[in-house]
Ligand binder design. Structure first.
Ligand SMILES: *[C@@H]1O[C@H](CO)[C@@H](O)[C@H](O)[C@H]1NC(C)=O
Ligand SMILES: *[C@@H]1O[C@H](CO)[C@@H](O)[C@H](O)[C@H]1NC(C)=O
Ligand SMILES: *[C@@H]1O[C@H](CO)[C@@H](O)[C@H](O)[C@H]1NC(C)=O
Ligand SMILES: *[C@@H]1O[C@H](CO)[C@@H](O)[C@H](O)[C@H]1NC(C)=O
Ligand SMILES: *[C@@H]1O[C@H](CO)[C@@H](O)[C@H](O)[C@H]1NC(C)=O
Ligand SMILES: *[C@@H]1O[C@H](CO)[C@@H](O)[C@H](O)[C@H]1NC(C)=O
Ligand SMILES: *[C@@H]1O[C@H](CO)[C@@H](O)[C@H](O)[C@H]1NC(C)=O
Ligand SMILES: *[C@@H]1O[C@H](CO)[C@@H](O)[C@H](O)[C@H]1NC(C)=O
Ligand SMILES: *[C@@H]1O[C@H](CO)[C@@H](O)[C@H](O)[C@H]1NC(C)=O
Ligand SMILES: *[C@@H]1O[C@H](CO)[C@@H](O)[C@H](O)[C@H]1NC(C)=O
Ligand SMILES: [Zn+2]
Length: 510
């Protein structure tokens, strides 16, 4: 047992500049990370000292005697303090679509909402405000780091718009430029490459002091790839040492493989760049071995994989190389807490069923709340190869959430803070959120002075986009699914009413 008041203290007070801004979150129960045991460590009635963008110390004492001059003390006694959640897959530009496709399938998504379909319908202003409002939505729920597969790269202007919105939001966005041929606008990869170079070369000025970073997204690693394009993009990954490369990986009847074996052919799988595979629904055993030996990660987007039907039949079995993501948040939850809870219960059911299938009665629960918590936080940091994200420890980035565990009726009576958050909290219980040491939510409210204006502009853009979509036809499925050549099949639909039911119904859109 350590007796120092600086429980995990690596940085001494002498490292703290006199002019630096310090905050002490005082008196809460902190779900910290202990590198020695490589596990969560709960500190009750402790405190968290933050200076600038970093956590300086996790203290057992709610009010350490030595604090940097001018430290602001925020009383969080009775509350639970966790790292911010890490979302390893999303498309921020889609926020303006909200509620217009609550029943969407993946086939319908590709034909009505996806990046190729939307390309000629969004202006740069739509992209900017949709991305920005979506990032506020995420931070409000306690998501502080997001890997954005930025597929709104339809012109130089829409590309900059999404990047600028990410920077302006104050969230920690791994903004990943998607390379794709947008034939409807003649905007091809060969034109996108000089734009990306321009962004990478002016990174300092563009990203300013924000926590946003530059990555690459690409969905044509193969098979059936355009080898020249893939080689050029792999070369960019290396040349600019981007913060992450991410790709949609489905395989099976979906096509769109982009599995580790496909990416490996281009020499970037075992380099310094983290590679995040989204979904990997039909991953093979060989690909899982390759993920492990190269220490790369899959983003499980639990809710989207259930909504759309990509499924995740193998994701249960290699959770040591996975983190959680959200994906197209316009049609379901935009928060990682919900993903963690859904995924935990889905995993439990999956392993229980293996026992039940043999007509036996399960004893143990297959997965714990601690594991779900780690997937939502630390594992996301590891997917990005960032030991300083998704954890509360000395030296980590100060991305922190304070839960109103003192006052929330749903958390009343808690002992185990991890269970309180994973099983009982809702995003409405998120009291404070800090990103990079700055409060973005305080006392239950977003702090930005600009949020009322953002809201107003967002509603205007959402109306414009939703009006366009109202007049667009729904797809028909008379030719085979193009990405794989498999034919479409119609699932049985549910009837929830007896007798003369109203059936499936329509969407309540205006
Ligand atoms: C803190 O402030 C006091 C009084 O203003 C000053 O005497 C002291 O040197 C300061 N300490 C540090 C570490 O800056
Ligand atoms: C794309 O290029 C073709 C051939 O150059 C041209 O006919 C077409 O009008 C262009 N489309 C757009 C949207 O610029
Ligand atoms: C897009 O930006 C790139 C890089 O500056 C430039 O080469 C290209 O001409 C621009 N395209 C348009 C249409 O402005
Ligand atoms: C993006 O921000 C840069 C400054 O960082 C500015 O020069 C540029 O005009 C902005 N572009 C768009 C499309 O908002
Ligand atoms: C992929 O390539 C193979 C052989 O090169 C070809 O037979 C097949 O039709 C292609 N599949 C798709 C979906 O393009
Ligand atoms: C993009 O389009 C070019 C032709 O404009 C083609 O040569 C290339 O194969 C395409 N790349 C992808 C990934 O589809
Ligand atoms: C690439 O970036 C990583 C992470 O920031 C860093 O550790 C590594 O040294 C960089 N590699 C090169 C060649 O710059
Ligand atoms: C990746 O690199 C590590 C360390 O150099 C090595 O142990 C591992 O075998 C490599 N894996 C592959 C698939 O190349
Ligand atoms: C069900 O609907 C049919 C057709 O509208 C009608 O003839 C029948 O009386 C209804 N039955 C009941 C139980 O309401
Ligand atoms: C969703 O609902 C709309 C409107 O009722 C319908 O046209 C569409 O086909 C439905 N989508 C799916 C995938 O069932
Ligand atoms: Zn996606």
């Amino acid at each position: 047992m350590r007796h120092s008041p600086l429980l995990f203290g690596a940085l001494g007070l002498s490292d703290v500049f006199v002019s630096a801004a310090s905050t002490l979150l005082s008196g809460g129960t902190i779900i910290a990370w202990d590198d020695d045991s490589n596990y969560l460590e709960v500190v009750r009635d402790g405190s968290l000292l933050i200076t600038d963008d970093r956590i300086v110390s996790v203290n057992k004492d709610p009010r350490p005697s030595q604090l940097p001059n001018g430290t602001t003390v925020v009383d969080v006694s009775g509350q639970i303090v966790t790292p911010g959640f890490v979302d390893t897959h999303r498309h921020g530009w889609q926020t303006v679509y909200k509620t217009i496709a609550s029943n969407v399938s993946l086939a319908e998504y590709f034909n009505r909402y996806g990046e190729f379909f939307a390309a000629d319908k969004f202006t740069a202003e739509d992209v900017y405000i949709s991305q920005l409002a979506g990032l506020y939505e995420a931070m409000n729920t306690g998501v502080t780091t997001l890997l954005d597969h930025a597929s709104h790269t339809w012109s130089n202007d829409t590309s900059y718009a999404g990047l600028n919105a990410s920077v302006d939001s104050g969230a920690r966005v791994f903004w990943s430029f998607a390379f794709h041929n947008i034939t409807s606008l003649n905007y091809t990869i060969s034109e996108q490459i000089p734009l990306f170079r321009e962004m990478a070369e002016n990174k300092k000025e563009l990203l300013r002091e924000s926590p946003t970073e530059l990555g690459i997204a690409y969905d044509s690693w193969g098979p059936n790839t355009s080898v020249g394009d893939a080689q050029e993009i792999a070369a960019l990954v290396k040349e600019y040492n981007v913060s992450v490369m991410t790709t949609h990986s489905l395989a099976g009847p979906w096509g769109i493989s982009n599995l580790p074996t496909n990416v490996q052919q281009f020499g970037i799988l075992n380099g310094t760049t983290p590679i995040v595979f989204s979904h990997a629904s039909f991953i093979t055993a060989d690909d899982v071995s390759l993920l492990r030996s190269t220490n790369q990660y899959v983003s499980i987007t639990a809710e989207s994989e259930m909504q759309y039907g990509h499924g995740h039949p193998h994701s249960y079995d290699y959770q040591d190389q996975t983190a959680l993501g959200i994906d197209t948040h316009f049609t379901y939850s935009a928060d990682i807490l919900t993903q963690a809870r859904l995924w935990l219960q889905s995993t439990r059911l999956h392993y229980y069923e293996q026992v039940l299938d043999n007509w036996k009665v399960p004893t143990y629960s297959p997965m714990t709340v601690n594991q779900a918590f780690i997937l939502a936080t630390r594992s996301g940091g590891l997917a990005l190869r960032r030991n300083d994200l998704g954890v509360i420890k000395a030296g980590a980035k100060a991305d922190v959430v304070v839960w109103d565990a003192e006052n929330s009726p749903s958390m009343l009576g808690w002992q185990d803070p991890v269970a309180a958050v994973i099983m009982h909290a809702s995003v409405g219980d998120v009291l404070h959120v800090l990103v990079n040491g700055k409060f973005v939510k305080k006392d239950g409210k977003l702090v930005s002075d600009e949020y009322p204006t953002i809201r107003k502009n967002f509603l205007k853009a959402a109306k414009r986009i939703q009006d366009i979509w109202k007049s667009l036809p729904y797809p028909s499925y008379d030719v085979p699914y193009p990405s794989s050549g498999y034919s479409y099949g119609t699932p049985e639909t549910v009837d929830v009413q007896r007798g003369n039911d109203t059936g499936y119904g329509t969407l309540f859109l205006i």
